[in-house]
Design a protein around this ligand. Structure first.
Ligand code: PLP
Ligand code: COI
Length: 340
């Protein structure tokens, strides 16, 4: 095994550090080049790049996990490849062949093996692929060239404390429009969320909850994660909407809740005025993993689910099942794990 980097693995947050190698590939004259690993973490691009002016870019987030025997594995990377291509199509960018995407991720993880946190610390290697429009362009239109880049950063929990309950507040603002780009992982959605995030943090909350942009009555997302609730009769429920990001973690939990835990499951509307239908609630995503929701602040009231300090039993079991698979302690459904 490669020597591990000198990092305080137990106290990692979700912060950028430069690792040794990243992958970069260029699309020009209608095709992708072979791509290569480079050491420089700066991109030199035209000042007229569409990514800078018109937000023509999309990105992904996935993780590499160190297993108990020291091996490294990826969780469902082909799903990230598919979702990146959904964003590429939506913003008129060239798609990345799925094999090229996964190969780039594998190359980056292998080249930075010493940054994959040791098993047992709970930390992981977060991988950030991005696709951006570059080149000389000034009118609103698709870029003449594109860069596909993949870098990685060792990370700890996204929300402070990891598997401890966090309170969230409902935002008056939207992150996406009803028929906009909410389902694509494009930078514009995140730019639109920065101010609401700032207000939520200022109010002492972990992040904000977005409601559906058309009626403002239904839960959409929990900041950079999807929402789930457990009803009093043990149904795993998660919102269905065309303007939320289709979370790979959420779809994994829908499967695991049903097939591994025997729960009923539903993707349906979740009304902000009916939070009492849930005994437990959580946020789920690659960065958030599963973050239990202590309470939701809405119209000057805090609705507390299971507890503001303790984690409910079903949320705990979902977390253990998901992490058991991701870290290689539980048998995964076919095709979910790719060995590095
Ligand atoms: N929703 C938003 C807005 C996100 O940024 C993310 C993170 O990727 C998620 C949900 C969770 O998606 P996933 O589970 O695929 O990481
Ligand atoms: C992820 O979970 O991968 C995300 O994209 C969250 C993030 C924007 C930090």
């Amino acid at each position: 095994m490669t020597k591990l980097a000198d990092i305080d693995w137990d106290n990692l947050g979700f912060n950028y550090i430069k690792t040794d190698f990243r992958y970069i590939s260029t699309w020009k004259d209608g095709k992708w080049d072979k791509g290569q690993l480079v050491t420089d973490n700066k991109l030199l691009i035209s000042e007229a790049s569409t990514a800078l002016h018109y937000g023509q870019q999309c990105f992904e987030g996935l993780k590499a996990y160190r297993t108990a025997n020291g091996n490294i594995q990826l969780f469902r990377p082909y799903e990230n490849a598919k979702r990146l291509n959904l964003g590429a199509r939506r913003l008129l960018m060239p798609e990345i062949p799925e094999e090229k995407f996964v190969d780039a991720v594998l190359q980056v993880v292998r080249a930075n093996e010493g940054y994959v946190p040791p098993y047992g610390t709970g930390a992981t290697l977060y991988i950030r692929p991005l696709l951006i429009g570059v080149g000389d362009n000034i009118g609103v239109g698709a870029a003449p060239e594109y860069l596909f880049s993949v870098f990685c950063v060792p990370v700890g929990p996204y929300f402070k404390g990891g598997m401890t309950p966090v309170n969230f507040t409902v935002s008056d603002f939207d992150r996406a429009a009803p028929y906009g780009t909410g389902a694509a992982k494009v930078g514009g959605n995140y730019a639109a969320s920065l101010y609401s995030y700032h207000l939520a943090k200022k109010g002492g909350f972990g992040d904000c909850i977005y409601l559906d942009p058309l009626t403002h009555t239904k839960i959409e997302e929990v900041g950079s994660a999807n929402f789930f609730g457990i009803t009093w009769d043990n149904e795993f429920v998660t919102p269905k909407s065309p303007s939320i990001l289709p979370s790979i973690t959420k779809y994994s939990l829908l499967y695991l809740a049903k097939e591994y835990m025997g729960l009923k499951t539903a993707e349906r509307d979740v009304c902000i005025d009916n939070l009492q239908e849930f005994k437990e609630a959580g946020a789920c995503g690659t960065a958030a993993v599963i973050t239990p929701i202590g309470g939701i602040h809405y119209k000057d009231k805090l609705h507390v689910f299971y507890s503001e300090t303790e984690v409910g039993p079903i949320t705990t079991k979902l977390y253990n099942t998901l992490c058991g698979i991701q870290f290689g302690n539980l048998e995964a459904p076919t095709g979910w794990i790719i060995k590095v």
